[in-house]
Design a protein around this ligand. Structure first.
Ligand SMILES: [Zn+2]
Length: 390
């Protein structure tokens, strides 16, 4: 048994405890939570800072780790996607090394669970052996080519058949998935307790396409040589198209939401009470130099979670670094709210809240020491750091 104490203990599902103590057995399972006064001081491990549960990274592309720094920053989503697709092919040993390094770095940075997108099977072996718990999203897209969908997604179906652990088949984004492919994905996930994720409203061009069939996506489709001749704009923002075709019975995670309005959020939350949102602020700055309007998410009681996206669109895979970015640019989001986004909300989004996400008896959430004094420091202070204790 370890009896760990720090200046404050943030359990997340109850109020913070000053000089709190968490008692953990040799398997990392929490046995009790208490106060320093209840223990003999000599049996305590005492730290400066805050005790918090392990972080949950709800959106990552581990398989793109080898492309770190390959694309320029600030070029916009469409130019970014073109580069990523063209530059994906590297020697397999380089790909594997980068995947294993990124997985180990995430664990060291306090990440306990990851919602990870896979277009290929490259990460499966690493994820099977990792101390991190993964929910894999086998992502498919057919560029809205309903009649050619079976042929275009053949490789994705193979990846789906090879998948292990907790996984779901998921659509890439509203602008790349036809109604027929949505139906197929829904049937692959039927009767499974999984989360479905979808990239959503990452760029304004996505809304423009669905509102009026205008904007940069017309060029994007030309570059990839897929026809939009049969595409009819819906006259509504892109999330409405996703809502019309996703399964409302499934826990659903909308990712990025950089151009999502309060009305969009309310519509999604009325459609399905199990809706979660992932924000990847550093990737938004890396690619598009924009951030979501977090106030709209606070005003609608949206269950926000935090993702790192991939090393192709970020400088590192660290939930703390994402929290720092929000604290720096959108300082109206309180620290305790950010902590909830980074832990329990993420665990709920991945269906893992019974085991991780808060410091509660019976859970095995990982225990982190956040070297941070909310009274005297800003969260984005470079000195603020995180260390994994368990
Ligand atoms: Zn992504």
């Amino acid at each position: 048994m370890r009896k760990i104490s720090a200046d404050w203990l943030y359990s997340i599902d109850s109020p913070p405890i000053e000089r709190g103590v968490v008692v953990v057995n040799e398997n990392g399972v929490i046995r009790s939570i208490g106060h320093r006064g209840d223990f003999d001081k000599t049996e305590l491990e005492i730290h400066h800072g805050l005790l918090v549960p392990g972080f949950v990274n709800t959106h990552c592309h581990l398989e793109l780790s080898h492309m770190k720094g390959v694309t320029d920053t600030g070029i916009g989503l469409l130019a970014f996607l073109e580069k990523v697709v063209k530059l994906r092919h590297f020697p397999q040993d380089e790909i594997q090394q980068a995947i294993h390094r990124a997985d180990a770095d995430m664990y060291a940075a306090g990440i306990q669970a990851v919602g990870d997108i896979s277009n290929q099977a490259d990460t499966f072996e690493c994820k099977d052996r990792s101390p991190i718990r993964y929910h894999t999203f086998i992502e498919m897209f057919d560029f809205l080519q309903e009649d050619r969908s079976a042929e275009i997604i053949r490789d994705f179906v193979r990846v789906h058949e090879a998948a292990t652990g907790l996984f779901a088949a998921v659509p890439h984004a509203p602008y790349t998935v036809s109604p027929g492919l949505f139906r197929r994905l829904n049937s692959l996930n039927r009767d499974k307790d999984v989360t479905v994720s979808i990239h959503n409203q990452e760029t304004n061009a996505e809304n423009q396409l669905f509102l009026e069939k205008q904007g940069d996506f017309l060029d994007f489709y030309r570059v990839f040589q897929f026809s939009l001749d049969d595409f009819r704009p819906t006259g509504k923002t892109s999330i409405h198209y996703a809502l019309a075709h996703l399964d409302p019975q499934k826990r659903t995670l909308f990712v990025h939401n950089t151009h999502t309005s309060g009305h969009d959020i309310r519509t999604a939350q009325a459609w399905n009470k199990n809706v979660f949102w992932a924000t990847c602020p550093n990737a938004n700055l890396y690619i598009e130099n924009q951030l979501p309007d977090y106030q709209s998410f606070l005003d609608t009681d949206a269950r926000m979670t935090i993702g790192t996206d991939s090393l192709t669109s970020n400088w590192q895979l660290s939930v703390l670094e994402e929290m720092k970015t929000i604290a720096r640019y959108k300082s109206y989001v309180p620290f305790e709210t950010l902590l909830q986004w980074a832990t329990l909300n993420g665990a709920e989004a991945l269906g893992m809240e019974r085991e991780i996400g808060s410091l509660a008896v019976g859970k095995r959430p990982g225990i982190l020491l956040l070297d941070f004094d909310p009274e005297r420091q800003k969260l984005y202070d470079p000195q603020v750091s995180v260390k994994r204790l368990i």
